[in-house]
Design a protein. Structure first.
Length: 270
């Protein structure tokens, strides 16, 4: 170990230079950065999150969303896609994940900054500008109600299935067919025997479904029964509904306020 001291000093210098370059210098450069105002009277950017959205940050972190989704729109020079047999670049902006690359100012109010660790799913830096509240809730409840191939887990535990009071659904109830709500988190379909029992127990069901589903078919035939079943599964349950919990509302509020890479910034020019 005649060179032990050299190794120790070299390791210390390596860590020290890394800390100076990656921590201290960026901190000194950015510590006085302020929100951007394009002209007097305009609201400064970025905006502070609302109280509900701030609560949603905790739900987002607790459920591991950052392990599959990033919040960083890459430069137009980063990323590839194929079009007309030709490879082109700038995938993030091309996909509509933001109007520009994200920069440090976009994260001024983020505590913590949830840049993410990988992209199993799409980037969420600007997801608030892409989807409605109803879409966000349905997607969280079961992503496969939109895309059968989705690998995102269902967050049905953030919702509760409850009886409909007085025949009137809650305003916040998800507008989903019974194929998704009878067994939350899964796509439900009755067996042939169960469907026979349902039809037998509700004599007027076939007529009602046929009236709402125009077309000439015979419910007594296997094809007719199958068509009726497919339609019936898309209708809402009469006596039950699915409503979001407070955590679901907070999480969706946070997602809707994710609007990074939307406001032009002078330092974000390519």
């Amino acid at each position: 170990m005649d060179r032990g001291m050299v190794i120790i000093v070299g390791a210390l210098l390596t860590f020290a230079s890394s800390w100076l370059g990656l921590v201290l210098l960026p901190y000194r450069q950015l510590q006085n950065q302020q929100p951007y105002t394009a002209s007097p009277g305009d609201d400064p950017y970025p905006r502070q999150l609302s109280e509900k959205a701030l609560a949603g940050v905790g739900v987002y972190s607790a459920n591991g969303c950052l392990y599959c989704h990033s919040q960083q729109v890459r430069s137009a020079r980063f990323g590839n896609w194929w079009e007309g047999g030709e490879m082109k670049t700038g995938a993030d902006i091309r996909r509509g994940w933001g109007n520009r690359r994200t920069v440090s100012r976009d994260y001024l109010h983020d505590r913590p900054t949830l840049l993410g660790t990988m992209r199993t799913g799409p980037d969420l830096a600007n997801v608030g500008s892409r989807y409605s509240p109803a879409w966000q809730h349905q997607h969280l409840f079961n992503p496969r109600s939109f895309n059968a191939w989705s690998t995102m887990p269902s967050f049905a535990f953030l919702y509760r299935r409850e009886p409909v009071e007085g025949g009137k659904r809650a305003e916040t109830a998800l507008r989903l067919g019974r194929e998704w709500t009878v067994n939350p988190g899964y796509r439900w379909r009755p067996t042939d025997e169960e469907w026979d029992r349902i039809l037998a127990s509700q004599p007027g069901l076939a007529d009602a479904l046929k009236a709402a589903n125009p077309g000439h078919f015979d419910v007594a035939t296997p094809e007719g029964k199958a068509r009726l079943l497919d339609f019936w599964l898309t209708t809402e349950e009469a006596d039950h509904q699915v409503v979001p919990t407070a955590d679901a509302d907070h999480l969706v509020a946070y997602l809707l306020e994710l609007r990074k890479a939307e406001t032009p910034l002078p330092e974000a020019k390519e």
